[in-house]
Write a protein that binds this ligand. Structure first.
Ligand code: NG1
Ligand code: ZN
Length: 550
């Protein structure tokens, strides 16, 4: 029985000491905080990734270094399981335990405990592939990660600077290589080739946007987006904007999917770019979120968020399953979170099964796996479509009885290739949207008209301890602090079409308050009044109560 390489771990762990008085937590998006604080975490994640791989018999594990849509000084790290999915929940706890060990000795002891409790056979190989986004803190953090991998003698592959979804794709492609379920060539080129060739087949003979404006958030989407544009050629001309990856402070700054979604505005840098009648889209800093928009004939900006993408895509897939003669055997379902606009939930649930789950991609992904075809999107633009193994099998073996059925079946099969089924992928989702728009001959206007968004507002409240906020019913109701939910209910009743809920963020030290109502001013007022309740509840200093909350 092999033993832990303590002599190799010790000196390297000593290079990455954990400062006292900081507590790390593996949350909904992995570890995420100021880049400067993450050095010890990265080393330990390297060790953990190797252990996870050994536990899974040498399957390749992914590690992505990114803080997504967060400001440039932030950074983060998350692990990817062998099928390209988020790390298993039990191991999130192991990650937190290892990250918080006070000293090298404590860390080695915690690793030893994990090895014993999880029955990890240390003689197995460890294989890890890793990548980072364009953040300035990335290279140093990757070096620390590499020390952790080296300490464990892992076989490593550096995928360089790429998007989060490409890393997820690579993990799945590596682990399925040479099998009948091969996900594609295990390289960024393989990814681009897979997506772009299926896209070209799906839009052959149709007209696409010319060109499509893509806000790359001054992040890694600019790099992969450029390569995708080359692979797409004239099938979809892309006009890449906000591509300043080397300009300090530019990442996610007044641009990108999160800016558009939260401010409900066009990035100022696109003001002279997006013309009347044109559409565009924004990626976030690691290109796993996508928000669309268009400028109408009166130069009014209209946002098309993750809910609108889900509605567009689900209807298209349902149409194709009908046309292919598969509607009886392939059921399409939707998964949303409480942040989904009430307008979308009403529209979708009148047509398809809809499930609401807690925030966090892993919850959405797992719920979507229960459908034959699961369409899941967060309102913020993170989402994808997943086809169950049985459905993929049905598509592969179905015998169409007419030429029309055959065409629809081929479209469905090509969709399974355009879509990155491992995780939300802004570039893949963008192609998916463009396919549907091309098939339906929709502009932004027709797409937007599927249903009306209810006016809504999302606000953050900074509180002393957000952990006192506990929720139930897919985060739609508070159980703690006691009595607060009743006060929120009482307030909500006074607003036409009112809905509001409160939950602690999993990625920031804030409590989020969401509200919607039939009228814009009422949605804003409800949000600020509920935020005021939250602020008061946590004993905030009345003198510092934010003015809007009064
Ligand atoms: P938190 O900070 O837990 O609200 C945010 C997003 C999630 C998800 C994660 C991971 C909102 C309201 N919340 O989570 O949907 O994307 O980040 O990045 O958009
Ligand atoms: Zn992201």
């Amino acid at each position: 029985m092999a033993t832990l390489p303590v002599d190799a771990i010790k000196p390297l762990a000593d290079k990455h000491p954990k400062p006292p008085n900081v507590l790390f937590q593996y949350g909904t998006a992995g570890f995420r905080t100021l880049g400067d604080a993450l050095d010890p975490v990265m080393f330990r994640v390297g060790v953990l990734a190797a252990l996870r791989s050994k536990r899974l018999d040498g399957k390749t594990i992914g590690v992505m270094v990114t803080a997504s849509h967060n400001p440039e000084p932030d950074n983060g790290v998350k692990l990817v399981d062998p099928r390209g999915e988020m790390l298993e929940v039990l191991w999130e706890n192991h990650a937190t335990t290892l990250a918080n060990a006070a000293s090298t000795e404590d860390f080695i002891a915690a690793v030893q405990t994990l090895v014993t409790n999880s029955r990890i056979d240390l003689s197995k190989p460890a294989r890890v592939v890793y990548a980072r986004d364009t953040r300035p803190s990335g290279p140093a953090l990757v070096a620390s990660l590499e020390d952790g991998l080296k300490a464990m003698g892992a076989e490593t592959r550096n995928a360089g600077v790429t998007t989060t979804p490409v890393l997820h794709y690579l993990v799945k492609a590596i682990n399925t290589k040479g099998t009948k379920d091969s996900y594609g060539d295990d390289s960024e080129e393989g990814y681009l080739e897979k997506l772009s060739s299926a896209f070209k087949k799906l839009v052959a003979g149709k007209s696409t946007a010319s060109p499509l404006i893509v806000d790359c958030a001054n992040g890694v989407g600019a790099i992969v987006g450029k390569k995708l544009a080359e692979a797409l050629g004239s099938s979809l001309p892309l006009n890449l904007q906000n591509t300043a990856i080397d300009t300090v402070g530019a990442l996610n700054n007044a641009c990108g999917a999160d800016f558009v979604k939260t401010s409900q505005k066009l990035p100022p840098s696109l003001a002279s770019v997006l013309k009347r009648g044109e559409r565009g889209c924004s990626l976030d800093g690691d290109a796993d979120r996508l928000i669309y928009y268009y400028m109408d004939e009166r130069e009014q900006f209209h946002m098309l968020d993750g809910d609108k993408i889900a509605a567009l895509v689900a209807a298209f897939i349902v149409d194709l399953t009908k046309s292919a003669g598969l509607e009886e055997v392939v059921q399409v379902g939707i998964v949303q979170t409480a942040y989904a606009n009430g307008g979308s939930t009403k529209y979708l649930s009148e047509r398809l099964p809809v499930k609401c789950v807690s925030t966090g991609v892993k919850h959405l992904h797992h719920a979507a796996e229960r459908y034959d075809v699961g369409v899941y999107f967060e309102a913020n633009g993170h989402g994808t479509v997943i086809f169950s193994p049985e459905t993929l099998e049905k598509l592969a073996t179905h015998q169409p009885s007419t030429p029309a059925q055959s065409t629809a079946l081929n479209h469905l099969i090509n969709l399974t290739k355009v879509i990155n089924q491992t995780v939300g992928d802004a570039l893949s989702d963008m192609l998916l949207v463009e396919i549907v728009l091309a098939h339906k001959s929709y502009s932004g206007v027709e797409w937007d008209a599927l249903y009306m968004d209810l006016p809504n507002r999302l606000v953050k409240v900074v509180v002393a301890d957000r952990h006192i906020f506990k929720t139930e019913d897919a985060e739609r109701r508070l159980v703690s602090p006691p009595g607060l939910q009743a006060r929120i209910d009482e307030l909500v009743r006074r607003y036409a079409g009112g809905r509001s809920f409160v939950r602690p963020s999993g990625t920031e030290d804030v409590v989020r308050v969401y509200a919607e109502a039939t009228i814009r001013s009422q949605a804003d007022e409800l949000a600020f009044r509920v935020a005021g309740l939250v602020y008061d509840e946590t004993g905030g200093d009345p003198a510092r109560r934010p003015a809007e909350f009064l």
